[in-house]
Ligand binder design. Structure first.
Ligand SMILES: Cc1ncc(COP(=O)(O)O)c(C=O)c1O
Length: 356
């Protein structure tokens, strides 16, 4: 246990690198939760939830915001609010919405995915988007084809290596989409990581999209929650769908209080995570039989040259390190609570297990 860690031994008995969703709430968050002023959020009477929603909307310069339980719920409700049954959404083949959210938009929302290949930088080819948006190629509507009513993008792009996508791209997608009056939804689970990497603000980086979902429970370190942002009429639809699926919360100010602490400190915490990720990248680069993908944000992807990655992963676990997998491409995610000493310990053990 590294004495520089903010956690006590009981709270952290191992080094957790699987995701930034493993953060434990900081002492400041716990205090804010304890002291939170609460009310019935089902009737919009929870002052702390209201404050979080207002502050988020202001930060992103969107009309309105709704607190939801998770990133997946935020993306799902956004799709339901933008689309009707039988509509089609354009999504990337590596996007979290397509690969990791159980296809809820299809099974529960009746919405059909038009899947476009993600490039290595997380974008989708603009011509491929145009083709999906204009399947009739200028001729009369074809009864065989579903109507595209949403484009979903992701920033940072998780599976594409935590890449931050800049405004240039969003600007281009918007000009294509607005011709056809098709809205854009952004899965911004890690939008703050993109903002820090690109040295820009949340409002600037999301000005070309109609709706955004961002997570409080990743690098911001809060225990629960996401915000969905957009126009007032859009967030009202999100609220109704949230109610429909039983997602309305009551005295959720206890959770929103932690979210507010995370939001107010996002620059500090995300910069810290990025610095730690860079430190990890530099250390891994010094080890034989590991190829590290260029690190831009907090996600560190690398390949290990081994016939038996699961064995290495299991042995790391015995050393108190969680993070390996059964494939050769691994992802380590530094976050609040981890220190440079932890990274040194991890890298030393990796070197010993892979190279000796
Ligand atoms: C890009 C992306 N979107 C959405 C989510 C879903 O967030 P949650 O786990 O809060 O549902 C994740 C989770 O890791 C993610 O990486």
């Amino acid at each position: 246990m590294d004495e520089n860690s903010p956690y006590s031994f009981q709270e952290r008995s191992h080094i957790e690198l699987r995701a930034d969703t493993y953060t434990l709430p900081s002492p400041e968050m716990r205090k804010a939760m304890y002291n939170a002023e609460v009310g019935n959020d089902g009737f919009r009477e929870d002052p702390t939830v209201n404050k979080l929603e207002e502050q988020s909307a202001e930060l992103f310069n969107k009309e309105s915001a709704v607190f939801v339980s998770s990133g997946i719920m935020g993306n799902f409700l956004s799709i339901l609010a933008h689309c009707k049954r039988g509509d089609q959404i354009i999504i990337g083949d590596q996007s979290h919405i397509y690969t990791n959210e159980l296809g809820g938009y299809a099974s529960l929302g009746g919405v059909y995915p038009a899947v476009i290949k993600n490039e290595t930088d997380g974008t989708m080819d603009l011509n491929s988007i145009i083709e999906e948006l204009d399947p009739y190629e200028g001729s009369d509507e074809d009864i065989h084809l579903a109507q595209t009513n949403l484009i979903a993008l992701e920033n940072t792009h998780n599976s594409c290596g935590g890449k931050a996508i800049d405004n240039n791209y969003f600007n281009k997608v918007q000009s294509i989409a607005s011709n056809k009056k098709i809205p854009i939804h952004l899965d911004g689970a890690r939008i703050f990581n993109a903002c820090i990497a690109l040295e820009t603000s949340p409002s600037e980086l999301t000005k070309h999209v109609d709706s955004v979902q961002f997570c409080l429970s990743k690098g911001l370190g809060a225990p629960v929650g996401s915000l969905v942002l957009g126009s007032k009429s859009f967030t009202e639809k999100v609220r109704k769908w949230r109610k429909t699926i039983g997602g309305t919360t009551r005295q959720a100010g206890i959770l929103a209080a932690a979210g507010l602490v995370g939001l107010n400190k996002y620059e500090e915490s995300i910069k810290r995570d990025h610095d730690l990720a860079k430190y990890l990248e530099q250390k891994l680069l010094q080890i034989d039989n590991i190829s590290v993908e260029p690190v831009q944000t907090n996600l560190v992807f690398f390949s290990i040259n081994s016939d038996n990655p699961i064995e290495i992963s299991n042995k790391l676990k015995e050393k108190g390190i969680n993070g390996g997998s059964d494939s050769n491409r691994w992802r380590f995610v530094p976050h609040y609570g981890l220190t440079k000493n932890d990274i040194d310990y991890v890298v030393k053990n990796m070197d010993e297990l892979i190279n000796q």
